[in-house]
Design a protein around this ligand. Sequence first.
Ligand SMILES: Nc1ncnc2c1ncn2[C@@H]1O[C@H](COP(=O)(O)OP(=O)(O)OP(=O)(O)O)[C@@H](O)[C@H]1O
Ligand SMILES: [Mg+2]
Length: 399
Amino acid sequence: MKRDDIELNGSKILKLALLSYSQQNLEALRRVVSSWDGAVAITGTDGGLELAAPLAEQERPDVLVVDSRCEHAGDLAALETTTARFPAMTVILLCPNASPELLRDAMRIGVRELLSAPPDAHALLAALERVRQRLDLNKPSRKAGRIMSWIACKGGSGATFLASNFAFALAAPESKRVALIDLNLQFGDAALFLSDQAPQTTLSELVREIRRLDSALLVSSMIHVTPHCHVLAAPDNLEEASLIKPEHLDTLLSVAASHYDYVVLDLGRSLDALSLRALDKSETIFLVIQLTLPFIRDCKRLIHALNALGYSRDRLSLVVNRYEKGGDISIQDAERVLGQKIARIVPNSYRAVAASVNQGVPLLKLAPRDAVSRALAELAETVEAPAKPGGWLRDIFRR
Ligand SMILES: Nc1ncnc2c1ncn2[C@@H]1O[C@H](COP(=O)(O)OP(=O)(O)OP(=O)(O)O)[C@@H](O)[C@H]1O
Ligand SMILES: [Mg+2]
């Protein structure tokens, strides 16, 4: 199983597993490595070297720190089976009185570092830092995926429909991997807009596994609408939803952005600690309105609140949905009241959209020539290549 990188400020964060024959040593080791900002998901087990393989199997760590008495000839052999099975994992072995022969044998079986036990805290942290630097150097330079959020200015604006079909449109060229994550914890229904499959795993179930979350686990927890477009469903009920904390989102979004080119979030319409954490990580925040007064009123409040929370107007992208020419309120009226340009217009297309929503089939698949499909495909294109003026010009002509 492959484990993609979790990054902090461009550097890989290591997932560590600790194994010691003594509970006391284990706690001491845990204290040392916890003081280091390069580690995440530190797990520990007290027991002999026979536990190394099951621990590696369960946790898939980047680094396994093994504290052993190194007394028996068979000790290294037990470790050798582990290093052979998990060649990408770095093993640091702690031994009291390590002889040159032991050092040589340990290296031969794939132990990268041998430190004396109990380890000097600096020596252990320096060894971990060397591992991190090596993994950073080995890492193919892949930019983190782009995170984009969708919020409804008011219920029923079409935010979920647009977010899900936008995610599908981004994945359509098949060169990009896209994750749609339903963060509407109360009324999440995004998965239903793209698929009729029942989700195997929801966001709350994944959060229970957050300590061992990596891209392989994330990908296997999602509904695969196409090979490149995956959806993580919202929790089934409010009780489950209450398990999800802002710090879980940090890990989830880091892992998602390390694997996917785009991470599209449906935030529903609440501003709370969770959605703010998601917004902090979003380069663009799409706000969905329709051209009627109640929508515009709520949208004005929402823009005001977002500005007050420090999200600048250039990160907000206003999308008018279900647009029909000749309505009471024009695009220019809305822009004047909101004090913000409308970035995108998506027309009304009742029949086609209702068919897509009822069948759980993406609109771009069901009716690729529909005006709404074209608008979403253009939006995806613009996001992919922001410098291209075509989409914007077309919008101007459409007004
Ligand atoms: N462009 C469109 N043309 C026609 N109908 C649309 C369009 N966009 C959305 N709809 C319809 O509006 C309904 C509500 O959309 P959606 O559930 O996406 O809204 P929402 O803003 O996410 O609402 P909620 O606040 O309940 O989460 C959809 O079921 C769909 O039928
Ligand atoms: Mg919704």
